[in-house]
Ligand binder design. Structure first.
Ligand code: NAG
Ligand code: NAG
Ligand code: NAG
Ligand code: NAG
Ligand code: NAG
Length: 574
């Protein structure tokens, strides 16, 4: 008996865990769920560009906007059975900023900043809906952004982002009784929430410059209080739970939180960072309906509904059936039943994006035939880019890398070569072991061309004459010797050429003898030594009066130089 009960208790606990979440966030093409600051699961992978988000705690249902869906703009997602439903057709020029749902009357409200309007549809009485939404309020100078409902008293609240006259306003569910409730000391109210339990409004104000604030008031806009003022946030959306306020900040790319009853000057706490992901846009907290109605007075409709468990997660009251509404998410309905999917989608409801998880290591695109095509990242191949070109490419422990054309190349370890390191580098030729008369088996292994393995005595074979290697070595030796001799000969030639011309004529500098009678053993210098000092531009000659009186008149200096040069002795080969 107890066993079964315990089993039930455990499974109930597990189901509770699976379904538990603190906050849900729209980010890119999915809705992410966080528990205790950790992402626990995600839904909505089939969508494209999710933005505004709302939560219906009574029916445990999320409502969200996909900005790039083909035909529909607002969808519901039931958390209990994970079913999606498209609710509203897409307007051509829409810009849905805020979304709110009243579970009691089943009314969905949204703001459109481009149309400057608030629209609604009834999920209970769909017959009377305009498929694009019924107009609640059309504004001229106001720009509606965030929206929230008070299900107990039947009001819809919204913020107006007109820079010159920002306001917070409210009206009845039918658009009557429109009132401005806050218009002082407010700048750019980007988000608003209604707390049924404490009967308070919370709003997020993106103030001038770098400042922002979170403020509260009662449901008439009186008794204003400031929960938090800070700087450098770019707040985008706010939500409240039983105890805390959460908001998305595009300044720090962060979701922050602060307790509802935080003392003055409290610092917000960082919950999730989305730097590496698509920016978070919409956020809701899991503010359970039992927490919301805990101890509240005068809200019989909602309290009764919330206590009637059969209502929760039962959308039959909303008359949403598969044949109604926009049934094909990304495609057209054929004869009221089947869907003809747009290129890139498959599934009964055209709800599955064919590219989802299709390419492992590459980018997916939709081909002309509507099928997914992968463009693989460098180094990957296969129809779904599932294989690494380096996998098992290099044999024998070769190191694989990619060349410029992303083709694998192998860096082989010492003894191997080949494009895949498949062959053993020939130590001798592959024939050598066969020519050797090796009888002893050793641990050396050679692969012959026939791939047979031969055990050979390496030392015995090494000393043998090698018909290929040794002649090559000998030829190389001969070539080297010839080269040496040639270069020596050339060197000596060059050295000889470098020698300067020698001058044979000598000039006797002894002043007491004439050149004709001079003897070699007399004091004399070789003119070469003198000449070399200045390449014979100014050759040495004696002062005319003392040295060569006989030549005085007939031979001036220049002619003498000529004479000297003509007497030079040239080497034969000059
Ligand atoms: C949440 O996480 C903190 C630390 O990350 C841990 O101390 C705490 O016990 C967790 N709470 C729950 C309910 O898991
Ligand atoms: C903002 O409101 C003022 C006065 O209500 C109006 O004159 C102005 O045109 C509005 N601004 C925009 C951008 O609509
Ligand atoms: C609970 O909800 C069901 C289904 O909507 C309804 O038939 C029933 O009357 C409700 N019970 C109460 C006590 O409201
Ligand atoms: C979706 O939109 C396209 C063009 O915008 C239209 O041709 C098609 O019929 C629409 N599909 C559905 C199901 O409304
Ligand atoms: C190889 O050596 C063995 C003895 O060790 C000898 O009987 C045989 O004739 C030799 N073979 C060749 C090809 O030299």
């Amino acid at each position: 008996m107890c066993k079964i009960q315990c089993l039930f208790a455990v499974s109930a606990f597990l189901i509770g865990l699976v379904n538990s979440w603190d906050i849900a966030i729209t980010s890119g093409d999915q809705i992410e769920f966080y528990t205790n600051e950790t992402k626990t699961s995600e839904a909505g992978m089939r969508f494209k560009d999710l933005s505004a988000l709302a939560y219906d705690a009574v029916h445990n249902m999320l409502l969200f906007v996909d900005k790039q869906s083909d035909n529909a703009s607002i969808f519901s997602y039931q958390l209990a059975n994970k079913k999606y439903q498209s609710l509203v057709k897409k307007r051509s020029n829409e810009n849905i900023q805020g979304l709110a749902f009243d579970p009691v009357k089943g009314l969905l409200f949204w703001t459109d900043a481009n149309e400057r309007s608030i629209f609604w549809v009834s999920l209970k009485d769909r017959a009377n809906n305009d498929p694009y939404g019924n107009l609640l309020l059309k504004m001229n100078s106001d720009i509606p952004r965030a929206i929230a409902v008070d299900s107990c008293r039947g009001y819809v609240y919204w913020t107006n982002m007109n820079i010159t006259r920002p306001t917070i306003e409210r009206a009845r569910f039918d658009g009557t009784d429109r009132t401005v409730i806050v218009d002082k000391n407010i700048y750019s109210p980007v988000s608003i929430a209604v707390d049924l339990k404490t009967q308070k409004l919370y709003w997020l104000d993106d103030r001038e410059g770098i400042h922002y604030s979170i403020e509260t008031s009662d449901l008439e806009g009186n008794n204003r209080e400031t929960l938090l003022v800070g700087t450098h946030h770019r707040p985008n959306a706010l939500t409240i739970s039983n105890n805390a306020v959460y908001w998305i900040d595009w300044g720090y790319n962060t979701v922050w939180t602060i307790p509802k009853n935080a003392p003055e000057n409290s610092e917000p706490k960082e919950i999730v960072n989305f730097v590496d992901r698509s920016p978070f846009v919409g956020i809701v907290a899991n503010y359970t309906i039992s927490d919301q109605i805990d101890g509240i007075q005068g809200c019989d409709n909602l309290v009764e509904m919330a206590k009637n468990k059969s209502v929760i997660s039962d959308l039959s009251t909303f008359k949403i059936s598969p044949d109604e509404g926009l049934f094909c998410l990304h495609g057209e309905k054929l004869n009221g039943k089947a869907c003809k999917c747009s290129p890139g989608y498959k599934g009964d409801r055209c709800d599955v994006y064919v590219c989802h998880n299709h390419c492992f290591e590459g980018d997916c695109s939709i081909g002309g035939d509507g099928n997914p095509q992968c463009r693989c990242n460098k180094g990957f191949t296969g129809e779904r880019c599932q294989s690494n070109v380096c996998d098992n490419h290099c044999l024998n422990n070769g190191y694989c890398s990619l060349d410029d054309n992303a083709q694998p190349i192998c860096n082989c370890p010492g003894d191997y070569e080949g494009s895949r390191c498949e062959t053993l580098r020939p130590i001798s030729t592959t024939q050598a072991p066969l020519n050797c008369n090796c009888t002893k088996e050793t641990n050396a292994v050679f692969l012959t061309p026939s791939s047979e393995i031969h055990y050979v005595d390496v030392t015995g074979c090494d000393s043998a004459w090698d018909s290929v290697r040794d002649p090559v070595i000998m030829a190389l030796g001969v070539i080297c010797g010839l080269l040496c001799i040639t270069s020596t000969v050339l060197c000596t030639r060059v050295m000889k050429l470098k020698k300067r011309p020698r001058i044979k004529k000598r000039i006797i500098v002894n002043k007491n003898v004439t050149p004709m009678t001079a003897r070699p053993d007399q004091c004399e210098i070789t003119i070469e030594n003198c000449c070399n000092m200045n390449i014979c531009e100014t050759p040495c000659f004696e002062p005319r009066s003392t040295i060569r009186p006989t030549l005085l008149d007939s031979k001036p200096g220049k002619e003498e130089k000529k004479n000297l040069i003509s007497n030079m002795e040239y080497p034969e080969d000059y």
